[in-house]
Design a binder for this molecule. Structure first.
Ligand code: GLU
Length: 598
């Protein structure tokens, strides 16, 4: 009898969620829509980490908007309720399935480095800066791409104006949302550095205190900023007053001198903002067991790395594998794909990235032959050469995976016409640079810390060094899977820095191969291997029986308390949608549909 352990553990996870939802909270002035991790029904669907944000998307769908309109409305609301993970001070990657043409399109809305940035952006006296010094500084702020992404998506595929889809978010910012545990604890973990910047402290530590769970949190500055975007369009950021404020803030971070924090200035100019473009580009495509898996091409490594790993995994029938063999294969495929990611993927405007070759089945097969059933590869595994696939070759020089922050937010939306959006947006770290633009109600990103500060291995070319106007390599992997007729099957994505890739891979294989319902594939305890000596396991796996059996093959593990926060939508027959979100992680997510099925 085959019963994946992931399934059993996810059942436990669901009951834990029920307990925490039932816990008493102080009365709030405003109520939050009920939070449920799975919803089934008609008229379209939205899944995000937050109930107010999902409700914003549903509101737009109800009024006749399409999935793109709903996705932007949800994203804008996340900018209010998840201000430490997303917002107009950041960037992201938008993947869109167009039902009419049955085609997938993407927008690269990644933040870019200033035009004056060189490969030494994060060097001081010839040495790489400490990561934390770079994070809370103007140096790490890239030109925001999120407003341009919204304008581009609405302009190409939307049916509503920016002003109209910003309405729900503007209202939430003005009237407030109910503080939950996640918001409070994310504020708490940033409290020290938020106090360096008085504008940030004033906004997110009201009255000098952490926001109280159950209280109403308002952000009138952000409501005004959204109203300005609605009136003037995103030009106000790229060519106008809002842009001037951003430039001033980055060049002279408004730090409290008494804090003693050396907030290094950045060199972002009006010219950088004016030069910014959200890029329309072709998705990556991987054929997997008769399905088409579409995701984002470089500058993110998400699509190529998930795709390569899927191609490697296609060599094994995962539906028949034991739980141990499934996890073993998943871990090893991730390890190998990350070896190639580190060597080959960077911003294609600056680097010669072999996107097509990384996704070829021939190349994946040449890499799959490194993987054994009864042994574990030694990391760092060396990259292969996708342009010259050589079976089982392990000749190159390995480079370790560099650190990436682990916080962002993902949303998925679908409409009654069958269009689908999978969209991951970020300001990089939880709390980004920690620098709020005075009077504007949002935090600036620290996305440029996703660059390598120095070559990951001085002996090999690192495609992810900073450069003028360059986009730092991302791991974001918003994914849409189509059947052989070009109709959507499922769409997923997750935050989590470099763990995004392994999370998306695990959710996809859990759902497509292991037969888990989408919500269980999302809830299943995660493993993440990124070409390192140790594989990270969430407690559900770390404390479970499978660990010892994997260790017997040679795996080495360490505990990671929580990996990712995925959402997804699944197309069901007859115009029905299923929306799914986390049951427990980040306090549980919010899946909603326009008309719930009886
Ligand atoms: N900076 C990360 C990336 O672009 C995103 C951070 C996260 O998702 O948590 O890959």
């Amino acid at each position: 009898m085959r019963r994946p352990v992931a399934r059993k553990l996810s059942v436990l996870a669901v009951s834990a969620a029920v307990v925490s939802v039932g816990a008493a909270a102080p009365p709030a002035e405003r109520s939050t829509p009920a939070k449920t991790p799975v919803a089934v029904g008609y008229g379209g669907a939205v899944a995000s980490v937050d109930p107010d944000a999902s409700a914003a998307g549903i509101e737009v769908l109800k009024k006749g908007g399409n999935a793109v309109d709903a996705a932007v409305a949800t994203a804008a609301a996340l900018g209010v309720t998840e201000p430490y993970s997303s917002g107009i001070g950041g960037g992201g990657y938008f993947v869109y399935y167009d039902a009419k043409s049955r085609t997938v399109h993407t927008i690269d809305g990644r933040e870019t480095a200033p035009l004056t940035a060189g490969s030494d952006l994060f060097l001081e006296n010839g040495k790489p800066l400490a990561f934390a010094d770079a994070v809370s500084s103007g140096l790490s702020v890239g030109t925001p791409g999120t407003p341009a992404t919204w304008a581009t998506a609405l302009g190409k595929w939307g049916s509503r104006s920016l002003g109209s889809v910003l309405k729900p978010a503007e209202r939430i910012a003005r009237d407030g949302f109910v503080v939950d545990d996640t918001f409070r604890s994310q504020t708490a973990s940033n409290e020290t550095r938020f106090r360096y910047f008085p504008d940030t402290a004033k906004l997110f530590l009201p009255g000098g205190q952490l926001p109280v769970v159950g209280s109403t949190f308002k952000n009138p500055d952000l409501a005004r900023t959204y109203a300005e975007l609605a009136r003037k369009g995103v030009g106000t950021l790229y060519h106008g007053d809002l842009g001037d404020d951003i430039v001033d803030t980055v060049n002279k971070p408004p730090v409290d001198p008494a804090s003693g924090w050396n907030a290094r200035p950045g060199d972002l100019t009006e010219k950088d903002l004016a030069a910014y473009r959200a890029k329309l580009q072709k998705p990556t495509k991987t054929s997997y067991r008769g399905l088409g898996v579409y995701s984002i091409a470089p500058s993110s490594s998400g699509g190529t790395t998930v795709g390569e790993a899927l191609n490697i995994l296609e060599n094994t029938d995962l539906s028949k594998a034991s739980d141990v063999q499934y996890l073993h294969r998943f871990i090893e495929a991730s390890r190998v794909a990350f070896a190639d990611r580190g060597r080959w993927v960077g911003d294609p405007a600056f680097e010669d990235v072999p996107t097509k070759e990384l996704l070829s089945q021939r190349y994946a097969d040449s890499r799959a032959c490194l993987i054994k059933d009864d042994a574990v590869l030694t990391s760092p595994v060396a990259p292969g050469d996708p342009r010259h696939p050589a079976d089982c070759s392990s000749g190159g020089t390995a480079a370790p995976t560099t650190y990436e922050g682990e916080n962002t937010t993902h949303l998925t939306a679908a409409d009654k016409w069958g269009n689908v959006v999978s969209y991951t947006l970020t300001i990089e770290q939880t709390g980004g640079s920690g620098i709020t633009v005075p009077g504007r109600g949002f935090i600036l990103n620290n996305e440029l810390t996703d660059f390598s500060f120095a070559p990951a291995n001085p002996a090999v070319h690192d495609p992810n060094l900073p450069g003028p106007g360059k986009r730092p390599r991302s791991s974001i992997a918003p994914t849409i899977v189509l059947d052989q007729h070009g109709r959507p099957v499922v769409a997923v994505g997750s935050p989590g820095g470099a763990t995004i890739i392994t999370t998306v891979l695990q959710v996809l294989t859990g759902f497509l191969d292991r037969g888990l319902p989408l919500v269980d594939a999302i809830a299943a305890p995660r493993a993440s291997q990124r070409n390192a000596a140790q594989t990270e396991l969430e407690p559900g796996l770390y404390n479970g029986g499978l660990r010892a059996r994997l260790e017997a093959i040679g795996h080495v593990f360490r505990l990671n308390p929580e990996i990712g926060a995925a959402t997804g939508v699944q197309r069901l027959p007859g115009g029905k949608w299923l929306a799914a979100a986390e049951t427990v992680r980040r306090g549980g997510g919010s899946a909603q549909v326009v008309y719930p099925a009886p």
